[in-house]
Design a protein around this ligand. Structure first.
Ligand SMILES: [Zn+2]
Length: 223
């Protein structure tokens, strides 16, 4: 469709003209598709939030089904530092992780990647938004949020696995606990990061760095 190509080209151009952060570029691309977005930040971590119901204001967006767009955990990095693929994670109104909506290949250059995210999200919303209504008591019908069993074990002193969360911010801390999910995924954690590591481990689908970073960023911001 001509319109599709025009929008995609315009979204890339808008991203190219925007800055200085990768988040600015992404939001400029989303604007071209008429998708409202909100910047959410907390303690050096940040991401872009898009409500599934696009009529939502920022508070309503937090309280309803939403997509978190993230790259490496801090979307306010200078755009030149964009080197992780964008991920789009779907969460319900209570902050429970539902699914990865889509992700976009890295290595295409930040402007084109922003255009692709906007294109993917526009299509995702068109195809899926009605499945995730806001303020509907039956809104979770049909969603399968698996309750993942988590086990936390204290690690004996001779283990020297680092805390994954600490390692992510360049801090060296020996893991004191091992968090294992019934999915088979497991992460080491220092005593201070057991709670967030449990949430991340439950949602983990791979050990890929960008997914780990995105999940830690999002889980730390979750109530
Ligand atoms: Zn730690």
């Amino acid at each position: 469709m001509d319109n599709e190509n025009a929008n995609f080209t315009a979204a890339q151009a808008a991203a190219a003209a925007a800055g200085p952060t990768e988040g600015d570029k992404l939001r400029a691309a989303l604007d071209v598709y008429g998708i409202p977005s909100f910047l959410v930040e907390d303690g050096g971590l940040s991401y872009v939030m898009v409500a599934v119901d696009q009529t939502a204001d920022e508070d309503e967006a937090h309280a309803g089904p939403k997509i978190f767009l993230s790259s490496g955990g801090d979307i306010q990095r200078p755009a030149e530092q964009h080197d992780d693929p964008w991920t789009a994670m779907l969460y319900d109104g209570e902050g429970i992780f539902i699914d990865e909506a889509f992700n976009v290949l890295a290595g295409l250059g930040v402007d084109m990647e922003c255009g692709l995210v906007a294109w993917c999200l526009a299509h995702w919303l068109k195809d899926n938004a009605r499945r995730y209504p806001r303020e509907s008591p039956s809104g979770r019908k049909g969603l399968s949020v698996p309750a993942v069993a988590i086990e936390v074990q204290e690690l004996p002193g001779f283990f020297t696995m680092p805390c994954v969360r600490c390692e992510m911010v360049g801090r060296a801390a020996t893991g004191t606990h091992m968090v294992t999910a019934e999915t088979g995924y497991g992460l080491a954690s220092c005593a201070g990061h057991v709670d967030v590591t449990c949430k991340v481990t439950a949602a983990l689908g791979s050990y890929e760095q960008s997914q780990l970073r995105a999940l830690f960023a999002l889980c730390m911001l979750m109530p």
